[in-house]
Design a protein around this ligand. Structure first.
Ligand SMILES: [Zn+2]
Ligand SMILES: [Zn+2]
Length: 352
């Protein structure tokens, strides 16, 4: 019998570009792993960086590797030592595969474990017909969460973790950047009881969706003074919390300047290099708290995300930007590069 093969998208060598392959080996699992059929996978900015082969990717990726880490699937096989999953379970995957054998893991922070593998980055990922991962990082999906939403839980978690850290209840929140994660964070702010959400981006189409997700005011940073507008909307005070999803230096400085004295800046977007900040004027004298977000809490944020998805005030539909077959991944990537709003999904069962 011929060896079983599968379709998928691979970083084949150290350099720019990705390849679609129809002859990838079908994964075989270890005792502590689960194998699942990929139902939906979402394209992340990280995947774009891996395609472009930027510094971040060069430091982490050892080709060949199947990329993709935002996924929902159905378990088809489990290793002999797996107790948390069974065949037929529907799952999403926490991308941080922690070691559980170091000081940070012992301190209850496996999501920032320095020895972790990253699913779809340092180990084989999701842009394929089948994928495998250590079973303990699989999160079971309730029946009422469809596969497409399940695939968006991982990125949603980064946004929701930012919203959790911002403690947004009864607060005015400034959301800087309305990519998929920013959009999901707006919806999360509403469910978490934020008083008001002001959102900013440079694409009108994304701002339209920000409104649908619950933003009261939207600002186009291309032609509006975001800092002045946020101040004007808050009686001169500024936002209680700003959450940045842009990772862009100047946009982060603006976000910081929208924050009121004693407020908080939460950083989710990843800047490429260092950013000059006037610490004295913009941070120290204002007693602003700044925190970064690295993924999600394992697994409190996942539970929070599932509750948010089940809340009638939250709809994921506006955040889905398009659906593509694996063979057409380049079209999905091009849409993202072109500024198309929403999350692009790859559906392995779709054919071009
Ligand atoms: Zn991602
Ligand atoms: Zn660890």
């Amino acid at each position: 019998m011929a060896e079983k093969k599968m379709r998928g998208i691979v970083k084949a060598q150290a350099g720019p570009g990705l390849e679609f392959r129809a002859d990838l080996p079908y994964p075989t699992i270890k005792d502590d792993e689960a194998l699942f059929k990929v139902k939906a996978a979402a394209v992340c900015g990280t995947d774009i960086h891996i395609d472009e082969w930027n510094e971040w990717a060069r430091a982490r990726i050892k080709p060949p590797v199947i990329i993709g880490h935002e996924v929902a699937g159905e378990v088809v096989e489990v290793g002999s030592r797996v107790t948390n999953l069974k065949v037929g379970d529907r799952i999403a995957v926490e991308t941080h595969v922690a070691c559980y054998n170091c000081q940070l893991c012992d301190m209850g922070m496996p999501h920032i474990c320095p020895h972790q593998d990253i699913y779809g980055v340092t180990i084989q990922g999701a842009f394929a017909e089948y994928s495998k991962v250590r079973a303990d990082v699989c999160v079971k999906l309730p029946d009422d969460i469809p596969d497409e939403m399940g695939a968006m839980l991982e990125p949603m978690g980064a946004g929701v973790h930012g919203v959790e850290l911002g403690q947004v209840k009864d607060k005015t929140v400034f959301i800087n950047g309305c990519g998929p994660i920013g959009l999901m964070a707006i919806g999360a702010c509403i469910v978490h009881g934020a008083k008001r959400v002001i959102a900013s981006d440079i694409f009108e189409e994304k701002l339209d969706i920000a409104k649908q997700m619950g933003a009261e005011i939207t600002l186009n940073a291309k032609n509006q003074d975001v800092v002045a507008r946020v101040k004007a909307e808050t009686g001169g005070l500024g936002a209680d919390v700003a959450i940045d999803f842009t990772g862009a230096g100047r946009a982060i400085v603006s976000a910081l300047r929208t924050v009121r004295k004693g407020g908080m800046l939460v950083l989710v977007g990843l800047p490429d290099g260092e950013i000059p900040i006037n610490l004295t004027e913009d941070l120290i004298y204002k007693e602003i708290t700044v925190t970064g977000v690295a993924g999600r809490l394992m697994y409190e944020t996942w539970e929070d995300c599932i509750r948010i998805l089940q809340d009638p005030r939250f709809s994921m539909d506006p955040v889905i930007g398009g659906r593509y077959a694996l063979e057409d991944f380049e079209a999905a990537f091009a849409a993202i590069r072109g500024g198309a709003p929403g999350k692009m999904l790859l559906i392995p069962e779709m054919t071009p």
